[in-house]
Design a binder for this molecule. Structure first.
Ligand SMILES: CC(C)(COP(=O)(O)OP(=O)(O)OC[C@H]1O[C@@H](n2cnc3c(N)ncnc32)[C@H](O)[C@@H]1OP(=O)(O)O)[C@@H](O)C(=O)NCCC(=O)NCCS
Length: 148
């Protein structure tokens, strides 16, 4: 498995995998906008030329936000999301962030377990945050080594 930042060509494969992984996927345009944003860090996990997973993190001063993370069904439960998150947390810290925030659907047990395993804790709820009316749980993790 290799890990690297996206190239523009990756946005096509990411958009296709995004559709497989989410009921309310980001569009190609949203993903492309993230790719070009200077606050954004992207990560692609690749095996044999196939996109196995991807993640997007944005950093704004002391706060980083995990915007998107997904792993292709056939590559799940191999520690890929855990590894991508660890790498992006390292990049966030190097960029000066002190914590990472994220939102997760309250019904998304696999993702919530992943975040709990990595030391994230719930810190708020956004009622009816998603288009289908589901609430989002806000989770955060203070980065070890951050100044405060
Ligand atoms: C959530 C997701 C990214 C996890 O990816 P993954 O590479 O399979 O996760 P990992 O193998 O790194 O798992 C790390 C930990 O997360 C938890 N976890 C992951 N998948 C799980 C599942 N299906 N059920 C229960 N716990 C799960 C476990 O604690 C796991 O550690 P363990 O294997 O030692 O028990 C993947 O299921 C996915 O792409 N889901 C659809 C998209 C999505 O919901 N993204 C998150 C949006 S907030």
């Amino acid at each position: 498995m290799t890990f690297r930042p996206w190239t523009y060509e990756d946005v096509y494969a990411v958009a296709a995998l995004e559709k497989q992984c989410f009921s309310d996927p980001w569009t190609f345009r949203m993903l492309a906008d993230s790719f070009f944003s200077e606050n954004t860090r992207t990560l692609a996990a690749e095996e044999g030329g196939e996109l196995a997973g991807y993640a997007i993190l944005s950093v704004l001063f002391e706060d980083a936000e995990l915007a998107d993370i997904a792993v292709s069904p056939k590559f799940r439960r191999r520690g890929l999301a855990d590894e991508m998150l660890a790498r992006l947390e390292g990049e966030a810290l190097a960029a000066g962030a002190e914590r990472v925030l994220l939102e997760v659907r309250v019904s998304n047990a696999p993702a919530m377990r992943l975040y709990l395993k990595r030391g994230y804790v719930g810190c708020g709820v956004r009622p009816r945050y998603y288009a289908d009316g589901e609430d989002a749980l806000i989770m955060q993790k203070r980065l070890a080594g951050a100044n405060s």
